[in-house]
Design a protein around this ligand. Structure first.
Ligand SMILES: CSCCC(=O)/C(O)=C/O
Ligand SMILES: [Fe+2]
Ligand code: NI
Length: 179
């Protein structure tokens, strides 16, 4: 279950209802998928074969098609990051720049952990969403954010897109943001 840390105040928000209420107020979709649907051998696997990726997409086919139908996503795939990922530092450098997308950024975490740092409303400022397995998040189009890994340095997520071109990030210069 996700936990929130508001960067300006260091306030933490925990608990399903409180996290859902906070993220909903910030226009960030937050849902859950049942992690027990994932074949056990994939629960902590971060270097995935194409068969592994197909098995994850098959395990969650119903959930994928339901959210895709509800929110208009057309394509989906798997992203897996770990210390075994070639060029991980370069990949993370890109993800760790504040950026926006011209469509929702939808991620369903199926293994590991990761943090989305999202620009909230004027009063809130930037907040961390610490995601774990089963968490599903959608950062709305145009909302400034960035992503980084947590201490375990590994994550697997289902990504859903409207645009077949997939992941396109537009850098967002934010003088108000200090890392
Ligand atoms: C685990 S999802 C990788 C991060 C990503 O795709 C993105 O756009 C971050 O903002
Ligand atoms: Fe992004
Ligand atoms: Ni398990």
């Amino acid at each position: 279950m996700a936990q929130i840390r508001i960067r300006n105040t260091n306030e933490r928000i925990e608990g399903e209802d409180q996290v859902l209420e906070f993220l909903t107020k910030q226009n960030v979709l937050y849902e859950h998928w049942d992690i027990s649907k994932l074949p056990e051998q994939l629960h902590n696997k971060f270097t995935l074969t194409d068969e592994d990726k197909s098995a994850i997409l098959a395990a969650y086919d119903e959930e994928i098609r339901e959210i895709a139908g509800r929110r208009g996503y057309k394509v989906w795939d798997i992203v897996a990051l770990s210390e075994a990922t070639p060029n991980l530092p370069e990949i993370l450098k890109k993800f760790e720049q504040v950026h926006t997308h011209t469509e929702d950024e939808v991620r369903a975490i199926t293994a590991g952990r990761g943090i989305f740092i999202i620009k909230g409303d004027e009063q809130t400022g930037y907040f961390d969403v610490e995601l774990t397995v089963g968490d599903v998040i959608s950062v709305p189009e145009g909302q400034p954010h960035f992503f980084t890994l947590m201490d375990n340095k590994a994550i697997v997520a289902v990504r859903l897109f409207i645009e077949p071109a997939g992941w396109v990030a537009d850098p967002f210069e934010d003088p108000s943001f200090v890392k």
